[in-house]
Design a protein around this ligand. Structure first.
Ligand SMILES: Nc1ncnc2c1ncn2[C@@H]1O[C@H](COP(=O)(O)OP(=O)(O)OP(=O)(O)O)[C@@H](O)[C@H]1O
Length: 783
């Protein structure tokens, strides 16, 4: 039986000057195996949105120039082929990453995370349930008035038992070593690669091109330049009088320098995608490709101006009819591309090109730049690729990227459609509400703004179909099959009945639409009926700040909670709990008052805690590390103070923590590779504190981060055998860490609850079902 009081410490006199950490004190490394890691990341600058027209990429009045936004690509070069083949942005098993990573941002590429196979079926086991926030009763609300808090406690007095799960964890294997991963990171600027021409590169473009059995072309004027390639007109030197096709007298030549990061491991990845998609509806045909000198060259049909060019050269405006036609045809192009197993990944006005003027194709729409295309469907099994989220990975163009892409979720069909919706609104309205953000956290601010902009707000000056389209696509599930025909029909309503007079050719859409309507008439009717019901799914809903409590099934045990606890009252609760055989298992903070969960199921043998002015107090933590205590729970208050609980009797063998102004996924990812797992997490205001430990009793771990409660992600993770093991939330974002335990508990049931008030009555209901609080936090959700 543990000696309960032996390790209990009085907190230092709360918040006395002596308690303040001295800045920049270097401690000798703690006694092995403890690792001290404190990394205070400086405040991220948040530049105020620039005024209209003040920044590159900001739509301005006609007469001034707008630069199209640059995009950030994270392209896994050798793996991207593999990724494309399996359609996943992460491929790893048993700690091995199967390729190399090339990141094209200025920041260093975080390593890939080792991942155990996730296809764990939990047949016959309690499926986790999720409980939506019940509306708090009025009396409970008033008693929880944060300005008039009333301290409350309660206890579950079931037969006290030593908790078996905890003992199991303590007895789990002592070594938690992961294999080293082979991984290489190379940076590629998010902006443009140096063009041979502008930069006076030592590798001038060849004057003549002949690759892969092509005729000889002379290079003429430049057609365009992106972050990866430069595109020129190639004029055929002999023969060839066609306008398009392999015999064309003029072709488009796309050059990528062999030293460009996208070509480190061979020809550009885009080539492979063109092999599958080239020449399909709305995708230009590639006739020849090969390497000449220092350049990889792709010979393709020459096309006309991009939609961005058209929009810009016609006074930065476009008619509703034109945009509706674009919508119809773009949907049919995406439908075709999706039907071949690919998502485009970078849908934007610059990547839609019209056919050459003066040709039969001049009213035809094409989608180019397949460098970010990935498979949404496995080429071999035909299965939808697995869901994943890697919050540090962003692929695409900030202005048009879907919210899921911003959050690093695996790309799927819904993302192309969300980007198309932003493209259409941009062409119609000339501006998107998130233009103009600058600075390091531009992506975060843009994503937050997208989340906060409802379809009504975004489309308030657009015809109804635009709002309807956006509403549908932002509510799509990860693996949901878009109803292209229905989406096309939304925009058909804006257009006149005669396709021949439309400004953009919509033949492809007509065919696919009538075919689908013909084939799926029954289904369409059903869905239309379903749609009569009011849509409950709203991406943002009303932002709310709530308690998030997570409950695990356990054997009956004693658990006790206290909330609205002021600093001065903490000691007496802890002491009383210790006397009764309980240790602190979780802590949280709401309006600078603490919530404390104590129970008999922790497996700890001793415990200390400290209240500190700072988030987190390095010196005290290091002192306790030296005495073999490990951090077992942390909480931070809005005023920056923190409560740190450290215990003996954990399974941990080494620990590390980080405080950061943004969610420190890169650091987490790095520590995962070193065999650490997140074991505690908290926020203080907008800052995150994350504790990671070795030998944490997990075999795998993932993160779900969102601007709202990430319901879909949590359900998908649950279905793959993960359970929430830590949660924390700021005013903006909620983070959930989900893990696969090394030793599977007998009953895997887990539930979450979101409530405006501390869920005291719900906790008792849960206790009656042997569900006990396993994690608690207070912060951003959505109601
Ligand atoms: N077949 C073509 N015919 C005419 N112009 C083209 C053709 N392909 C590309 N372009 C022009 O060249 C520009 C750059 O091409 P593309 O988008 O393929 O290059 P990229 O380097 O991959 O671009 P990004 O920076 O978007 O990744 C296009 O925006 C377009 O203006």
């Amino acid at each position: 039986m543990p000696e309960l009081r032996s390790g209990a410490r009085q907190p230092r006199s709360p918040l006395t000057p002596g308690n303040l950490p001295s800045p920049a004190v270097d401690h000798p490394p703690p006694v092995a195996p403890v690792e001290a890691f404190v990394d205070l990341v400086p405040n991220t600058r948040r530049a105020p949105p620039r005024r209209r027209g003040a920044a590159a990429g900001v739509g301005v009045a006609a007469g001034r120039e707008e630069l199209p936004p640059t995009r950030t690509r994270v392209r896994t070069r050798a793996t991207v082929a593999k990724e494309a083949a399996v359609g996943a942005t992460r491929v790893a098993s048993k700690g091995k990453v199967t390729g190399r990573v090339v990141k094209q941002t200025r920041a260093a590429k975080p390593p890939l995370q080792p991942r155990a196979p996730v296809a764990r079926q939990r047949a016959g086991l309690g499926r986790p349930k999720q409980t939506l926030s019940p509306s708090p009763s009025p009396e409970r609300q008033s008693s929880q008035d944060p300005f008039n808090p009333e301290e409350v406690e309660d206890v579950q007095e079931e037969t006290p038992l030593v908790d078996q799960d905890s003992r199991d964890l303590a007895e789990a294997e002592t070594a938690d070593k992961k294999e080293e991963m082979e991984e290489e990171s190379a940076g590629r600027s998010a902006d443009k690669i140096p063009g041979a021409e502008e930069e006076g590169s030592t590798a001038p473009l060849p004057e003549r091109v002949q690759v892969g059995g092509s005729p000889i072309y002379k290079i003429e004027r430049k057609l365009g330049k992106g972050g990866f390639g430069q595109v020129y007109v190639g004029r055929r030197l002999s023969g060839g009088s066609e306008r398009t096709g392999p015999q064309a007298s003029e072709v488009a030549l796309k050059f990528e320098h062999r030293s460009s990061k996208g070509c480190n491991y061979g020809p550009p990845y885009e080539w492979q995608v063109y092999n599958t998609l080239g020449g399909s509806h709305g995708v230009p045909r590639v006739h020849y490709k090969g390497r000449q000198g220092d350049y990889y060259v792709m010979v393709m049909d020459m096309l006309g101006p991009s939609l961005w060019d058209v929009w810009n050269s016609s006074g930065q405006a476009m008619s509703t009819e034109m945009v509706a036609c674009i919508a119809v045809e773009a949907l049919s192009i995406l439908e075709k591309m999706h039907s071949r197993g690919y998502v485009h990944g970078d849908v934007k006005p610059e990547n839609f090109l019209l056919g050459q003027s003066g040709t039969v194709d001049e009213k035809k729409l094409f989608l180019v730049d397949l460098g970010l295309a990935t498979r949404w469907r496995d080429g071999t099994t035909g299965q939808h690729v697995d869901y994943d989220q890697r919050p540090d990975v962003f692929r695409g163009t900030v202005r048009y990227a879907s919210v899921h892409a911003h959050l690093g979720r695996t790309g799927s069909r819904r993302d192309d459609l969300e980007s198309l919706a932003y493209t259409l609104v941009f062409l119609l309205r000339g501006r998107l509400p998130w233009q103009g953000y600058q600075g390091d956290n531009k992506g975060f601010l843009v994503c937050k703004k997208k989340m906060a902009t409802s379809p009504e707000m975004l489309c308030c000056f657009c015809p109804l179909p635009f709002k309807q389209f956006l509403e549908i696509v932002v509510n799509m599930k990860f693996d949901e099959e878009p109803n292209y025909a229905k989406l096309i029909l939304l925009f058909e309503g804006i257009l006149g009945p005669n396709p021949a007079v439309r400004p953009i050719n919509t033949d492809g859409a007509q065919k696919s639409c009538s075919a689908q309507v013909g084939q799926k008439r029954g289904r369409l009717t059903v869905e239309e009926e379903e749609d009569d019901q009011p849509k409950k799914k709203i991406r943002l809903g009303m932002p709310a700040t709530q308690w998030i409590t997570v409950y695990n099934a356990r054997r009956p045990m004693k658990q006790r909670y206290h909330y609205n606890v002021a600093d001065s009252r903490l000691t007496q609760h802890v002491e009383k709990g210790n006397e009764d055989g309980l240790y602190i298992s979780s802590v949280a903070s709401c309006t600078n008052l603490w919530a404390l969960i104590m129970d008999a199921g922790t497996g700890f043998t001793a415990q200390v805690y400290e209240l500190s002015h700072v988030f987190l107090h390095k010196e005290w933590i290091m002192e306790q590390w030296e005495k073999n205590y490990y951090i077992s729970a942390i909480a931070g208050a809005n005023n920056g103070s923190s409560l740190v609980v450290m215990s003996k009797g954990t399974s941990y063998t080494q620990q590390s923590y980080k405080v950061s102004d943004s969610f420190p996924f890169k650091w987490i990812n790095k520590k995962w590779r070193e065999g650490f797992y997140v074991t505690s997490m908290a926020t203080a205001g907008s800052r995150w504190g994350v504790v990671m430990s070795r030998n944490a009793g997990f075999t795998d771990q993932v993160v779900e981060l969102d601007f709202l409660y990430p319901s879909e992600g949590i359900h998908r993770r649950w279905d793959s055998g993960y359970r929430i093991t830590a949660t924390a939330a700021t005013w903006d974002q909620a983070a959930f860490v989900l893990s696969v335990p090394r030793r599977k508990p007998v009953d895997e049931t887990q539930e979450t609850l979101r409530t405006s008030a501390f869920p005291s009555s719900h906790v008792k209901e849960k206790w009656s079902k042997n569900l006990y609080i396993a994690a608690v936090s207070y912060g951003r959700t959505v109601s």
